[in-house]
Design a protein around this ligand. Structure first.
Ligand SMILES: NC(=O)c1ccc[n+]([C@@H]2O[C@H](COP(=O)([O-])OP(=O)(O)OC[C@H]3O[C@@H](n4cnc5c(N)ncnc54)[C@H](O)[C@@H]3O)[C@@H](O)[C@H]2O)c1
Length: 267
């Protein structure tokens, strides 16, 4: 689990529904310090405006900074301001829903494809390049992914980016073993967040999980389970695990076809 008193960077906060926020909470529950990043100053204000479920005291206790992961100077400044860290969570993704997601896979919006690839996959390598000098005693990196070995409807270019992200996880694990820095991914089943609901027909994906997940899967409730796995991968209990994609998806990823009615868990 998390090492009490150590600092963990959690990148990709949008609102209190974000997976990043659930991960930050679990880290804090285990005594870790959390530095969150949002994409820019404007989104930091939006976080405060939209997180109505948090008390002013809870909001005041959060250390939230900003960093656009596609801008080198911002990455440099962000990590330079941190000192020694024990781990980093990359909980970031974006693809234009009009061109990169939806009913049609084919698109001529090559610039959108490049932007999505930069933000959703390449940025993990950029983050680690800036983060690893701050993990002198070793550390852990965790990225968030979604089942990329299968082609899901509407997920299109994001599925491609997640496959690339998982390949980058393996390449980084190989590169940073010598630094005692481990790099892994958590492959989460569908959970209701802003990024998820911008996937056209997200409800269809959520419905699919009812048919293929041997364990009950509730898109509103499983964020903490995803966060618990991230906390495990950030801390010393997973000391010899690196380069892996760990599935926190109710078991959906191992199912061939759909569950029969008698196999389905009670809702
Ligand atoms: N929600 C799901 O069903 C689900 C399932 C599996 C994996 N994931 C992955 O989890 C991660 C977090 O997504 P989420 O569901 O919490 O949604 P979210 O919308 O709360 O988080 C996505 C974050 O990416 C940030 N981001 C986008 N472009 C950025 C940039 N250029 N620089 C810095 N930050 C940028 C956004 O500001 C936002 O904070 C993503 O990688 C997503 O693909 C989500």
């Amino acid at each position: 689990m998390i090492e009490a008193g150590k600092t963990y960077v959690v990148m990709g906060l949008l609102n209190s529904d974000s997976i990043a926020f659930a991960i930050g909470r679990v880290i804090e529950q285990h005594g870790g310090k959390v530095v969150y990043s949002v994409q820019n100053e404007r989104l930091k204000r939006i976080f405060f405006d939209r997180s109505k479920d948090l008390t002013p005291e809870q909001i005041a206790a959060l250390d939230i900074r900003f960093c656009d992961v596609t801008i080198e100077d911002e990455l440099k400044t962000f990590f330079a301001g941190l000192g020694e860290i024990a781990g980093v969570v990359h909980s970031i993704g974006y693809a234009n829903p009009k061109t990169c997601l939806g009913a049609e896979f084919h698109t001529d919006a090559i610039e959108d494809i490049k932007t999505a690839f930069h933000i959703s996959a390449v940025s993990l390598a950029s983050v680690v390049r800036h983060a690893y000098p701050h993990m002198k005693g070793g550390g852990a990196v965790v990225a968030l992914t979604f089942e990329s070995r299968l082609a899901f409807p509407h997920y299109n270019w994001m599925g491609v980016n997640k496959a690339a992200l998982e390949a980058i996880v393996r390449a980084l694990a190989r590169r940073h073993g010598r630094d005692l820095i481990r790099v892994n991914a958590v492959s989460a089943g569908p959970v209701a967040t802003k990024a998820a609901t911008s996937i056209p027909h997200f409800d269809m994906l959520a419905g699919t999980w009812q048919k293929i997940s041997p364990l009950p899967w509730n898109v509103y409730e499983e964020k903490t389970e995803v966060a618990n796995a991230a906390a495990f991968l950030l801390g010393p209990l997973s000391k010899k695990i690196t380069g892996q994609t760990i599935y926190v998806d109710g078991g959906a990823s191992i199912i061939g076809g759909e569950l029969t009615p008698e196999e389905r868990p009670a809702p």
